[in-house]
Ligand binder design. Structure first.
Ligand code: PAF
Length: 280
């Protein structure tokens, strides 16, 4: 695995590989790598000649300074994990390399950036669009891999690629879960034992709701999930919405055909966890 911290050096290497007609796959991350990332990297390396992984904790997507400060960082551990994978190139830039100037760009995604996560994390998706557009512009991958846990991010990145006329195939990968069902996330590392023990209840009630949806209204399903998770000591639902998978607009009545997804954010103490469940 080659490690690059400078855009110019990475460009030289990637230009060379492109001249050799290598297919380039890309897995952007913010580090604190876990099995979910490893599975994205594995899929990427199966379908591409070159697997580029980036590690960069992007400040512009954090709307809360403490969240940015506390975001888990462990580059030594990440390096030893990456060495067990088929990663060809690691891009690990400093802030000044990614933001040589303040990024003033404002992205709009047909209001998608303002709902669900966007309503509670103002500016978050603008920051994601800023960094992902920069990374795509630098790496110019053929294929880029994203987890479905961040379903709204995935939807917005697909729109970003369309808006910018990029020839990048966005590959959506299944959410990777711990054996007790908790969706893998770098933030899980921040959970104390007490919170970690109760966090799998989030997915438990989401799964239950998928069994109930055929015989209950959307309103009843929402009530079921919210009330049950809130009844768990230590968990507090921030939002739970059932939305159309394409438009992310809230669905009030379900005709059984429209693809819908339940998206949730829950506080386990100070740690904010997100997850989702597809109903069809
Ligand atoms: O999903 C993430 O880890 C980040 O939002 C991403 C896509 C790497 C951009 O910083």
């Amino acid at each position: 695995m080659k490690i690059f911290t400078k855009v110019t050096d990475l460009n030289l290497e990637l230009d060379l590989l492109r001249q050799q007609n290598k297919i380039i796959g890309f897995v952007p991350t913010m580090g604190a790598l876990h099995d979910g990332h490893i599975s994205l990297i594995k899929t990427c390396s199966e379908f591409n000649d070159i697997t580029v992984v980036s590690i960069f904790v992007n400040p512009t997507q954090f709307n809360n300074a403490n969240d940015l400060k506390n975001y888990p960082r462990n580059i030594d551990k990440d390096l030893s994990i990456l060495k067990t994978t088929n990663t060809t190139i690691l891009f690990f830039p400093e802030n000044d390399e990614m933001y040589p100037e303040k990024d003033e760009r404002v992205f709009k995604f047909d209001n998608l950036e303002n709902i669900l996560e966007g309503a509670f994390r103002p500016g978050h998706f603008n920051g994601v669009a800023q960094i992902v557009s920069k990374l795509f512009n630098i790496v110019k991958p053929n294929n880029a891999y994203f987890g479905q846990k961040d379903f709204q991010q995935l939807t917005i990145i697909k729109k970003l690629v369309t808006q910018l006329n990029l020839s990048i195939n966005i590959v959506a990968c299944e959410t990777f879960r711990e054996s007790d069902g908790l969706a893998m996330s770098s933030r899980n590392l921040l959970l104390s034992n007490e919170y970690r023990a109760v966090a799998p209840k989030i997915y438990k009630y989401l799964k239950d709701s998928a069994l109930k949806i055929k015989n209950n209204s959307i309103e009843e399903i929402k009530k079921y999930v919210i009330e049950n998770i809130n009844s768990e000591r230590l968990l507090k639902v921030e939002y739970f919405e059932i939305v159309n998978t394409e438009t992310l607009n809230a669905v009030d009545n379900w005709d059984n055909n429209t693809p819908i997804i339940g998206c949730i954010a829950v506080f386990a103490g100070n740690i904010r966890l997100i997850d989702n469940i597809r109903y069809n």
